[in-house]
Ligand binder design. Sequence first.
Ligand code: FAD
Length: 285
Amino acid sequence: MSDTFPNASKPDLATERRPQRVRHELRFRLIEVQHVERLTAQMVRVTLGGSELEGFHSPGFDDHVKVFFPAPGQAAPPLPVLGENGLSFPEDQPRPAMRDFTPRRYDPVAGVLELDFALHDSGPASDWARQATQGQKLVIGGPRGSFILPVNFDWHLLIGDETALPAIARRLAELPANARAIVLAEIEDEAGRIVLETQTDAAIHWAHRSESNPETDPLIAALKTISLPNGDFHSWIACESSSAKRLRQMLVEDYGANPKWIRASGYWRRGAAGVHDSFDEKDKA
Ligand SMILES: Cc1cc2nc3c(=O)[nH]c(=O)nc-3n(C[C@H](O)[C@H](O)[C@H](O)COP(=O)(O)OP(=O)(O)OC[C@H]3O[C@@H](n4cnc5c(N)ncnc54)[C@H](O)[C@@H]3O)c2cc1C
């Protein structure tokens, strides 16, 4: 008789579906623009390189780095120092603007990191990306941690605007071939579409701001028009903060989504600078 119990050590589905947090050593790196590519009217891809990129690591599809931008007229932003009271900067230099961006792709062999910037009216990050040219310098910090989301759901819902496309593209690329995904992506118009490579069975719905009523949220309107498959699903949402909050609420209240299987973030907030809001279960009182 066997002395092992096949199911005794097998983790249950709830455990298997719990996300994993991974911490990384925080490093700040001064890196240089190698190449700039205009992906669409609203998106710019900046390829960065330099010896300080060595050891860069980003295992989570929605990881972020803090990007520090040079002040006007400054050749390079100063490197911050992390102390007991947070970040400090040399006192004789202007404090750089810092914003969050997703590492779209890191190639350790070529030693390059790609960041995709969504362009909007104005802000230090968007203004910098619009003028970015080879040889300019940036500082990045992080990723400080990664959130590894399991893939073992019946299907995956990915919702976001241009700021979320780098993370959505990474998730679609990493999901296994037998996964099923539905994507709702808000862009300005048809010309704003980008190629999303995936081996999954993915249905991609593009919601065009230019065609939507100004009173209507394009992502919420798009969600109402599609039918969602049966089965357990994980939802990942990142867009303007109030939209992300409403989408999360709709999924729970109107579509029976399990709140534990939703990761919803405001990647920016209308009228505020440099915001990162989280509406995940753990963050609620
Ligand atoms: C975890 C995380 C990952 C992110 N990854 C990316 C990424 O890979 N690519 C990317 O492009 N963005 C990404 N963002 C969003 C980006 O950090 C914000 O859009 C940021 O506010 C841009 O900074 P800014 O200096 O251009 O504008 P800010 O100075 O922050 O804001 C100036 C004004 O512009 C508005 N604004 C900010 N962003 C937008 C927008 N997208 N559309 C319209 N109005 C806007 C603000 O409401 C404010 O009124 C991410 C955010 C987070 C939290």
